[in-house]
Ligand binder design. Structure first.
Ligand code: CUA
Length: 377
């Protein structure tokens, strides 16, 4: 199978949907060791609520009918009506106390289990930044964006930090959630019990495109997991130059997607549609009033236009395009050299990779595509 064929079969995060079905009315699909326990506590508390709600309403209705004030009955009030009932008061004090104690015990037990990471847990380093997720596998030297591949039936420990503001990792199918905080590490662990793809959300409001800060957790059986990691570790080297634009579209664009559209609409950042035209012709205007043309050409800062794209990925605060707020974080250290090349090529060949509505063309005809990265310096 060619690399392109392989890329086409890799499930893109956009196509997800079936994976999150199969839950109950209250709960999403459950796919981790801790999930049944969490669900049990939830159901337990829920049923206590149902029972006591019914009980209180029934007694309320019954009393309303039974003790309705009838004409002339006011006179029948007797001063020796009961004011205390010790057994009754003891019952309604101790019963809730016992129930609350039981709920606390169940909750604490589950919470401790959630915080005690098994020693042999597989480590994944997670970085949140506005508005995407980056997942690093230190054991394989692999970096993923927008998709996290994990082994089945093995504890996975996520060590997480943020580059900018408060984010939060939430994987409903695993029933786990943990804040991701700048300037410190937090951690989270789970053990997936069913292969498949599950949604990962950012569940802490982190700015404009918070709702687009999504990823997919891809749970694979051990042997497939090892294969996938091996492939990911090699993927940059193995791809021929001509396949790099399609590779970037399928594997890297998810990190840009929340800000840079591929259908021409303007988002937090400029659309990728027409970006190459604007860059090549130097028509982009910056917030300092200069145009890209002023910085290009021999002797200029960007000898070839491709270098401006490169600079924008690695040093995005350098020049900020007019009418945008310059919200982009740097991708220095997160992308290998060949991946930066791939992104530049993707931007140059945008019109071949997506149609007018911004849908990815499955098997783009890249013959004659512009595949020079223009690294003239
Ligand atoms: Cu990151 Cu919300």
């Amino acid at each position: 199978m060619s690399m392109l064929g392989l890329l086409a079969t890799t499930t893109s995060p956009m196509k997800l949907g079936e994976a999150t079905s199969g839950g109950t009315f209250w709960m999403p699909e459950s796919a981790s060791t801790i999930a049944p326990e969490v669900d049990f506590v939830f159901d337990f508390i829920n049923w206590i609520n149902y029972i006591f709600f019914a009980l209180v309403v029934l007694v309320l209705v019954w009393f309303a009918i039974r003790y309705k004030l009838k004409p002339g009955s006011r006179e029948s009030f007797t001063p020796d009506a009961p004011t205390h009932n010790t057994p009754l008061e003891l019952t309604w004090t101790t019963m809730p106390l016992l129930l609350v104690g039981l709920i606390f015990w169940l909750g604490m037990d589950g919470y401790l289990r959630l915080t005690e990471v098994p020693d042999d847990a597989y480590p994944v380093k997670v970085t949140g930044q506005k508005w995407s997720w980056i997942f690093e596998h230190p054991e394989f030297g692999v970096i993923e964006g927008g998709e996290l591949t994990v082994p089945l039936n093995r504890p996975v420990r996520m060590i997480m930090s943020s580059k900018d503001v408060l984010h939060s990792v939430f994987i409903p199918a695993f029933r786990v959630k943990q804040d991701v905080v700048p300037g410190r590490y937090t951690s989270l662990w789970f053990e997936a019990t069913r292969p498949g793809q599950y949604r990962l959300y950012c569940s802490e409001y982190c700015g404009m495109d918070h709702s687009k800060m999504l990823a997919v957790v891809n749970v694979l059986p051990e042997d497939e997991f090892q294969d996938a990691m091996g492939q990911l570790a090699r993927e940059y080297e193995d791809i021929p130059d001509s396949d790099l634009p399609a590779y970037a579209m399928n594997r890297l664009y998810s990190r840009c997607a929340s800000c840079h559209s591929r259908d021409g609409t303007s988002g937090t950042g400029p659309s990728f549609v027409g970006l190459w035209e604007r860059t090549k012709n130097g028509t982009t205007v910056f917030t300092d009033g200069t145009t890209l043309k002023d910085h290009m050409g021999p002797g200029g800062e960007f000898e070839v236009p491709e270098n401006y794209l490169r600079d924008s990925i690695l040093n995005p605060q350098h020049y900020i395009v007019q009418n945008y707020m310059g919200a982009m974080p740097t991708f220095k250290g997160q992308l290998k050299e060949r991946q930066v090349d791939a992104l530049v090529l993707m931007i140059k060949n945008m019109d071949r990779l997506v149609d007018d509505q911004g849908n990815v063309i499955e098997n783009p005809d890249l013959d004659g595509a512009d595949i020079s990265t223009g690294s003239a310096n």
